[in-house]
Design a protein around this ligand. Structure first.
Ligand code: SAH
Length: 218
């Protein structure tokens, strides 16, 4: 199947057409095979303009949302990046392809282990994985230059802001379970500044400093 043609259309229409200009993001998203992270799906679904179900009640984000968050996060090569919500591992691959030194945490073991396998097979061997509650961050590896949370939080977890270096940035969707605002958190001179970006919809961040698990999720 000609995945390349679908990927080119994704880059042109969904990303460049909607204001994604960061060369590192565009280059990473042209290089990483999104279809490896949504196995068994047709190219029209793997590169479609929507999130895709990945099992265990979770989804891989829409390509535009991955690009937008990566552009807002703006990790530079060599930076230490913490990702909460590995899911399929696609966003993880993009951060690694942009040159980040990535640490990623997933609470559902089945997803985290599958993502680890996919990423290793795709040649991203430098990533550090953890199965557990990402709302607590990764204290042993803190502080980080960048933190990206790819699940919806009820509030910005203080545990995560405290693991940012000075002048660091965190991108996190905050809101209720149906609708959130993408927040850009920056830490300058010991002060935390939070700016609102756009509206978005993510699955819930479940954990000690997130939502309590309910019947919809395990
Ligand atoms: N970035 C992912 C999106 C996955 S959806 C991708 O590109 O595929 C969000 C993920 O966050 C889900 O897999 C969910 O299980 C996970 N998650 C939710 N709460 C979490 C927590 N407290 N710690 C770590 N992962 C969490």
């Amino acid at each position: 199947m000609n995945y390349d043609a679908y990927r080119d259309v994704m880059i042109e229409k969904q990303l460049k057409g909607r204001g994604i200009t960061n060369e590192l993001v565009l280059e990473a998203m042209s290089r990483v095979s999104r279809h490896d992270f949504v196995t068994g799906k047709s190219p029209a679904i793997a590169y479609g303009d929507f999130p895709v179900y990945i099992g265990n009640g979770q989804t891989i984000s829409q390509p535009f949302m991955v690009a937008l968050m990566s552009q807002k996060l703006e990790p530079f090569p060599g930076m230490k990046v913490l990702e909460i919500g590995t899911g399929s591992g696609y966003q993880t691959a993009i951060l690694a392809a942009m040159g980040g030194q990535v640490y990623t945490i997933e609470r559902i073991a089945e997803l985290g282990l599958r993502a680890q396998e996919t990423l290793q097979q795709s040649g991203y061997g430098q990533i550090e994985f953890r199965i557990g509650d990402g709302t607590k961050g990764w204290p042993e590896q803190a502080p980080f230059d960048r933190i990206i949370v790819t699940a919806a939080a009820p509030d910005v977890p203080r545990t995560l802001s405290e693991q940012l270096k000075p002048d660091a940035v965190m991108v996190i969707p905050v809101g209720d379970r149906y609708f959130q605002t993408l927040k850009i958190v920056s830490r300058t001179a010991g002060k935390t500044v939070i700016k609102d970006d756009c509206g978005c919809v993510f699955v819930k961040l479940i954990g000690e400093y997130g939502w309590i698990a309910d019947d919809d999720y395990r």
